[in-house]
Design a protein around this ligand. Sequence first.
Ligand SMILES: C[S@@+](CC[C@H](N)C(=O)[O-])C[C@H]1O[C@@H](n2cnc3c(N)ncnc32)[C@H](O)[C@@H]1O
Length: 208
Amino acid sequence: MVMSANKTYTVDNIEFWGQIYQTGKLPWDLGGPAPPLKTFLKSPYKVPPASIAIPGCGTGHDCLLFANHGFQVTGIDFAPLAIQATHQKFIDAGIAGTSGFLLQRNLFDLDEYDGYFDYVLEHAMFNSIEPTRRRSYVHAVYDLLKPGGKLIALWWVLDRPGGPPFGIAKDALFSLFGQFFSFDIVHTPTDSAPGRQGHELFTLMTKK
Ligand SMILES: C[S@@+](CC[C@H](N)C(=O)[O-])C[C@H]1O[C@@H](n2cnc3c(N)ncnc32)[C@H](O)[C@@H]1O
């Protein structure tokens, strides 16, 4: 919760995230792409490059990683400073408007992009929303995907009260997504960033 001029913002408010970005202190930001995602893109299980949406893209490290592997990336975030930081990365890499695109939007309000993307990447966005919105999250990413599209995800699986980040137990993850997605790959990364070892789960799912 963030308080400002008698207003209290919760994680589902753009103001909550906007104010965190204004402090410049981003405890989740790894300063580079998540190692398990780099490993996935070098593995025999990697998926062929195509269009990918990255909701809650933050400062864009994972966007750049996937763009560098040939994907057509659309970073989505409702925080202006997150979009600015990702845009700067796209400009520096010479891919802004060619393979790097951005939407400064709320993930839960993207109806016009239904069925638009081959892939969605989940990394630390699901854990940022109130657990009561999880079913809406499943519907939102399901709707963004083309038929047979895939959800590539790195989850925070710690089951503990409070957040953000709001953890989720493995079983809860399976029952939440299982109705709408089939699980192709499930594994515990061995190369998680310091402080995240043993708390992450990598999954690759296909839209049913
Ligand atoms: C914990 S950060 C993770 C950023 C990035 N994925 C990473 O791992 O570095 C969560 C991000 O999700 C964004 N976010 C949260 N709720 C959102 C929503 N409903 N729509 C769009 N972006 C959202 C926040 O602004 C923030 O940039």
